[in-house]
Design a protein around this ligand. Structure first.
Ligand code: FES
Length: 148
């Protein structure tokens, strides 16, 4: 893992104990089938919790793999949480709902650009765009560009 930003954290991380509990929930969910964006969104809604917390738990508290798609938005859900990664993930989920799918959401513990947290990659058949210091509106714009 690289350096963290000199900038002061702007957001609060999900507590590790809580992530462990959420991780167990998603492991159970994974026994019923692949963790598609659709299933995760519906599950988070049923539980009344932000889907980004489940995504962070998948990255940090499980060995689970998320399915990818031709267009996949991959987020760092590690230390980037302190600089707004969860908001960016929730925005991707909101975009997914709005569009009725069309892309997948992935998570990693680090995307090696820690000094520019929060970090997201938009992976498409044409290549990968790395977004740094990403805010929710940047995610929306990048998905608009990738998906038309
Ligand atoms: S912690 Fe390294 S890119 Fe987010």
């Amino acid at each position: 893992m690289g350096n963290t930003p000199n900038r002061s954290p702007t957001h609060r991380d999900v507590d590790m104990n809580r992530l462990a509990g959420l991780g167990m929930e998603v492991e159970e969910l994974a026994e019923g089938g692949p963790l598609t964006t659709d299933r995760l969104l519906r599950y988070a809604e049923e539980q009344g919790k932000p889907v980004s917390h489940y995504y962070a738990a998948i990255a940090l508290a499980t060995e689970l793999e998320l399915p990818s798609a031709p267009v996949t938005a991959v987020f760092c859900a590690g230390k980037c949480q302190s600089w707004g990664a969860l908001d960016a993930i929730d925005e991707a989920a909101a975009q997914w709902e709005k569009r009725g799918g069309g892309f997948a959401i992935g998570v990693r513990t680090c995307l090696d650009r820690c000094e520019d947290a929060a970090v997201c990659q938009i992976r498409t058949p044409a290549g990968t765009a790395t977004l740094v210091r990403v805010r929710p509106e940047d995610v929306q714009k990048a998905l608009d560009e990738a998906l038309g």
